[in-house]
Design a protein around this ligand. Structure first.
Ligand code: NAG
Ligand code: NAG
Length: 197
C-alpha cells in the first residue's frame, strides 16, 4: 500500500496538468446503449477536455478507421506550440471484462498501459462524450473529451453534455476549451458562453 501511495505521488509530481482528485473514487456512469462502432468511425474534433499531459498542442482531432484485425485505428493529431503538426497512432478495442460495446480501451504503444475509453453519449453525427477514470486507491485520475463532427458544436449539445456530466458528479468546472482560433483552422463554439468568437 505504501509503495502504491509513493508511486501515485511520484506520478502526480511528474504530470502536473492532470485531473487527480484525492480521497475520491470513480463515479458510476452509464455508457451509450447499443454503441455502434461502425457509425462512430471517421473524423472527430476536440471541443473541450480535461487537461492531459500528452495533449500539449491545440486544434486536436481524432480519426477512427477499422483495421483488418477488428480493432479501430486511432490517429490523433494536434498542432504543437512550434506550429508543426503532430500525430500519434494507436488503437481502440473492446474491454475484455465489461460486456457493454461502449466500454473500450485505447492504447498507443505496447509499452503503455491501456486506458479506458468510455463513450458516455454520442449521436454519431454531431457529438461524442468520452470519459476515462482510473481508481488509484488514494484518489482517482480522470480524462474527458467532448468531440464534435465539425469544427464547431452547437451550444444545445454542449449544454446537454455538461448537464449529463454534472448528473454523474464529474467536475465540469475543470473542463478546458480546446483552443483553435478561426484564423487557424476555423473552429470555435457557437456561443460566447463557452468561447468568444
Ligand atoms: C494521421 O492524420 C494526419 C492528419 O490527417 C495525416 O497527415 C497522417 O498521414 C495520418 N497518419 C496515419 C499513419 O494514418
Ligand atoms: C447534426 O448533424 C446533422 C448531420 O450531419 C446535421 O444535419 C445537423 O445540422 C447537425 N445539428 C446541428 C444542430 O448542428
Amino acid at each position: 500500500m505504501i509503495t502504491l501511495i509513493l508511486a501515485f505521488i511520484a506520478f502526480t509530481a511528474t504530470t502536473n496538468a492532470q485531473i487527480i482528485t484525492w480521497l475520491s473514487s470513480c463515479p458510476d456512469v452509464q455508457l451509450k446503449a447499443n454503441f455502434d462502432r461502425t457509425k462512430y468511425l471517421g473524423q472527430w474534433y476536440d471541443m473541450e477536455h480535461f487537461p492531459a499531459y500528452f495533449q500539449k498542442g491545440r486544434c486536436s482531432s481524432a480519426h477512427y478507421s477499422m483495421r483488418d484485425d477488428g480493432r479501430i485505428k486511432v490517429n490523433n493529431t494536434q498542432i504543437m506550440p512550434d506550429g508543426t503538426s503532430d500525430s500519434v497512432i494507436g488503437y481502440l478495442q473492446k474491454n475484455a471484462i465489461n460486456n457493454e460495446p461502449a466500454c473500450l480501451e485505447v492504447r498507443f504503444s505496447e509499452w503503455q498501459p491501456r486506458g479506458y475509453y468510455l463513450v458516455l453519449d454520442t449521436d454519431y453525427v454531431n457529438y461524442s462524450v468520452v470519459y476515462s477514470c482510473t481508481n488509484l486507491y488514494v484518489g482517482k485520475f480522470e480524462l474527458l473529451w467532448i468531440l464534435s463532427r465539425r469544427r464547431t458544436l452547437a451550444v444545445g449539445y454542449l449544454e446537454h453534455i455538461h448537464d449529463l456530466l454534472d448528473s454523474y458528479g464529474i467536475d465540469t468546472t475543470r473542463i478546458e476549451v480546446e483552443y483553435c482560433d478561426s484564423g487557424e483552422l476555423g473552429y470555435c463554439h457557437q456561443s460566447s458562453k463557452f468561447f468568444n468568437c
